[in-house]
Write a protein that binds this ligand. Structure first.
Ligand code: C5P
Length: 425
């Protein structure tokens, strides 16, 4: 990619030190980085560190007279190709969502006409708090790209989502955001803003609505399905829904309007995502159909292949085990891939215990989808991909097979989302 100018706003969190690595990586890729350090950020790293790493002046105050003469804050916000907020603290996200401009960083963010990428890092409770979720949803609706944080152990000793994504993943998001031509939405050509928008499309209001997936409607299925045997029993599988939810979140973070059709899972709805809860494969098929049209469909759900002829009454023990008559469920992915309303990009998942890639290639042809993301679900339950935080996948397409290293599910999701954005460009 050609050299771009990044304005990096460093917020006040312990993850601020990782901004130093981000500067180094961005410069290594040929980009120019200019930094703004908030008062909070200055408690964690110094302007000197950022100046030395970026080899550019560092801006800290709205009231630096010299800067106002040489470069006004409006100018500073507009000279960049992309504004990156890293780490974006809960406080900074709240101010951005509310349009508060009470220091240099927030004033720049309100004044910019450039795309903005926020990279959150905070305590897990703060990230999951209703106020933060509301703020993130608002920002995404406004066209700000808000990356999903990683899940894992935190500096405060707790565990969960809220960790700053790895600098390499941030660089990938930065470059994905930089590689997109200006969206027609930014130029005010929002068809149907008055005439009524198509379902799933979005009409961003911010001038920085240059998110790479803004205006795209993406359908994601996630989790298991439960197939009733009788009113109290069901057939299920071990899918946790984590990977599908992470993909929905990563797509929303890139500005997509996401419909997440979720089987029964105990996971919070990612900010800015429309969730439809279902129980059975047939419910899921109906919800997918109702959510069309979509630009892309990512079918991550572990749909039960069979359902039982359910009994209306609880089956009683009779000394003999009851015979379960199984009926095949609709194949949602194959049906969608061959449907006249097929989204432009259809992605399936394959969970296999052996001959992973060969099975995935056969599945690609059989299902008629564009890509299969294959993962190995063999191994003991405690190390299994199913329910675990990490995943090692192979991306199987008509062009070949890519083997991705083992990484957190949030990172797999970000990479998949970036590839989807590329494919839909
Ligand atoms: O055939 P298999 O279950 O291995 O295929 C997995 C892929 O197909 C996943 O993407 C899954 O979401 C999808 N699928 C589906 N409907 C089914 C079975 C699987 O959409 N009934």
């Amino acid at each position: 990619m050609s050299s771009k100018r990044v304005l990096l706003i460093v917020g006040g969190g312990i993850a601020a030190y990782k901004a130093c690595e981000l500067i180094r990586l961005l410069r290594k890729r040929g980009h120019t980085v200019r930094c703004v350090l908030t008062a909070g950020g200055a408690h964690f790293i110094t302007p000197m560190t950022l100046a030395a790493l970026s080899e550019q002046p560092v801006h800290t105050s709205l009231w630096e007279l010299k800067d106002e003469v040489e470069m006004g804050h409006i100018e500073l916000s507009r000279q960049a190709d992309l504004v990156v907020v890293c780490p974006a603290t809960a406080d900074l996200l709240a101010k951005m969502a509310a349009g508060i401009a009470d220091d240099l960083a927030t004033t720049l963010l309100l004044a910019t006409d450039k795309p903005v990428l926020a990279v959150p890092a905070m305590n897990v409770r703060m990230w999951l708090h209703a106020a933060t979720r509301r703020n993130v949803a608002t920002l995404r609706e406004d066209g700000i790209m808000v990356m999903a944080p990683d899940e894992g152990p935190m500096a405060c000793g707790e565990f969960g989502p809220g960790r700053l994504p790895e600098p390499e993943a941030i660089v990938a998001a930065v470059e994905a955001a930089l590689s997109v031509p200006p969206s027609p939405y930014v130029l005010g050509e929002v068809e149907g803003r008055d005439a009524g928008t198509a379902p799933g499309t979005r009409t961003p209001t911010s001038p920085s609505a240059n998110c790479i997936l803004v205006g795209r409607h993406i359908l994601v299925t996630a989790g298991p399905t439960h197939e009733p045997i009788d009113p109290v029993r069901y057939i299920a599988n071990r899918s946790s829904g984590k990977q599908g939810f992470a993909i929905a979140e990563a797509l929303a973070a890139l500005g997509a309007s996401v419909t997440l059709v979720a089987g029964p899972v105990a996971l919070a709805t990612p900010a800015g995502v429309t969730r439809i809860d279902v129980e059975t494969a047939r419910d899921m098929a109906a919800a997918v159909d109702a959510a069309l049209p979509a630009d892309a469909a990512i079918m991550v759900a572990a749909v039960a292949d069979w359902r039982a002829e359910a009994s209306g009454l609880k089956i009683k023990k009779s000394g003999e085990p009851p015979a379960l008559a199984l009926v095949e469920n609709p194949d949602i992915l194959a049906t969608l891939s061959h449907s006249p309303r097929r989204p432009r990009l259809v992605v399936g998942f394959a969970a296999e215990t052996n001959d992973l890639v060969a099975h995935a290639q056969a599945k690609l042809a059989r299902k008629g989808c564009d890509w299969i993301v294959a993962n190995d679900v063999s191994g003991p339950k405690e190390q299994s991909v199913m329910g675990g935080p990490d995943n090692a996948v192979h991306l199987v397409t008509a062009d070949g097979v890519e083997d991705w290293p083992r990484m957190p599910k949030a990172e797999v999701a970000q990479r998949i989302a970036a590839r989807i954005a590329e494919a839909l460009r």
